[in-house]
Design a protein around this ligand. Sequence first.
Ligand SMILES: Nc1ncnc2c1ncn2[C@@H]1O[C@H](COP(=O)(O)OP(=O)(O)OP(=O)(O)O)[C@@H](O)[C@H]1O
Length: 233
Amino acid sequence: MAAIVQFENVGLRYGTTAETLRDLSFTLARGGFYFLTGPSGAGKTSLLRLLYLDQRPSRGTVRLFDQDVAAIPRDRLPAMRRRIGVVFQDFRLVPHLSTYDNVALPLRVAGLDEAELARPVNEMLDWVGLSDRARARPATLSGGEQQRVAIARAVITRPELVIADEPTGNVDPEMAGRLLYLLEALNGLGTTVVVATHDLHLLGRVARARTLRLDRGRLSQPAGAGRHSAVPA
Ligand SMILES: Nc1ncnc2c1ncn2[C@@H]1O[C@H](COP(=O)(O)OP(=O)(O)OP(=O)(O)O)[C@@H](O)[C@H]1O
């Protein structure tokens, strides 16, 4: 099994408080689909921040794409981050850009010209049901619409790793199923997917998914009736 992420005895501490994440050791396989669950405040977002290189561990080792993240020079971080699509819990859309331009942004950064990016962007907007909102600015969209823009933007480049923090928290069950199907389809093409969620209904909906359960900063027994566990390091 080729690993895309390896945690060895990882701890994360904010300031001088007690550790938010403790003794995390696990491996995520390249091409896997993972749910990360656990109660509010358990540390899910903090773990995701380690994965998308927004935080470095206070102790232990995080290896991503076969590199120790503590050893990556600062000027190499943007290139590493471009290999990761992130759906933030608070969306972080660019406020002065339209739906279309938010979704097109990663393709423009990757150097595609307008003619090349029009088709994938329009197809993606169609998939997430936002074709008729293509010209709208984020402030005029509902929470669920903004969430769909955020997901479309995160997956448009088909990154190696997609990390989504509560990606279905603001949409109705039908749209949640559709968005999950989009992530599954991407996973079927080889992208590793990590989804943090409180929504226990989602866990059973992806047959091949494994579940990591965080409780007060530690990994506890995997959820999901023991069927799916992340592979211990
Ligand atoms: N930047 C920060 N500085 C200090 N403490 C933080 C910071 N970010 C998170 N924490 C603390 O770390 C703990 C875990 O927070 P985190 O957001 O990772 O949990 P979570 O499981 O994602 O919660 P939720 O499900 O409510 O989003 C909380 O006690 C939180 O207050």
